[in-house]
Design a protein around this ligand. Sequence first.
Ligand SMILES: Cc1ncc(C[n+]2csc(CCOP(=O)(O)OP(=O)(O)O)c2C)c(N)n1
Length: 320
Amino acid sequence: MLTRMIRIRLFESALIECQKSGEIVGSLHTYIGEEAVAVGSCVALNDDDYIAGNHRSHGHPIAKGGDINKAMAEIFGKRDGYCKGKGGSMHLADFSIGILGESGIVASSVPVATGAALASKLKNEEFISLVFFGDGASNQGACHESMNLAALWKLPVIFVCENNQFAVTTSYKDSVSVDHISDRASAYGIPGVLVDGQDALAMYEATSEAVDRARSGEGPTLIEGLTYRYEDHSLGLASVRRDQSYRSDEEVEKWKKRDPIEVLKSNMIKQEIITQKEFDQIEEKEKIAVEKAVDFARKSPFPAPEELYDDLFTDPIEYA
Ligand SMILES: Cc1ncc(C[n+]2csc(CCOP(=O)(O)OP(=O)(O)O)c2C)c(N)n1
């Protein structure tokens, strides 16, 4: 878990630099500060369980064990990327390890994961699915419809709401009618669990319980991981540039003091599971891996213009 959280942090930090230098174009939604939610959840799953994500989804595939070379190349828009450079930052799918992919349409992955869980049930398969979505997404109709149906049909799906407390600049306190998003679970008759999203172990434990429920046919669970986004909502989007008036510097600093990597690291050092030196070694190894990923992405070619329509449709259509 520690390794994967460090990998996500360094991956995102490298992306910020490459976006600043102009090597990456388009918008980027970084996951820095929220790493424990994805990692704690994903390590409770098997490789053939499915996950789906959203626009803030570089961390999810990395947490599931995805290939950072392919992820980096995709975000660079290069041919060796996960979707041959045509999906970009919000589309890092890898079916071989259960990553169904993501979508920039807020809340749209919630019914996708619910559909995957329905497929598992109809086919009498063992796999389950888990979807990550934000506090903003939790207000969307697609989210409520999916939870209702999943509860009614006892589908093996886990709903993980990453409550990073803001939808762009709107606080969840101004847009959610209950104190906690997890409180909504009672309306569907399913368990709702509020978890410290800065604590990877707590996320792991809550998800493991939900996995047991899902696999034994008891249906879905709603988990709310209370967390915080350190960076701006998005990089590279002119409309949300640098507006920090919706939150104070003190608040950001307060949350950084409970950094998810530090929380796990200090816990492990205290319990003598790891030494500072070993931590430094992991960090160094991941730094090299991320540098290699950037290099891999830089060297990969852009897709050729004539490949533009390839892989878009199940049955390719002819163009005059
Ligand atoms: C259906 C839809 N509405 C609006 C948007 C614009 N939009 C992109 S991200 C975002 C905020 C989403 O907030 P949240 O779900 O809390 O996720 P977070 O960005 O905080 O991780 C909005 C409104 C969109 N992409 N899709």
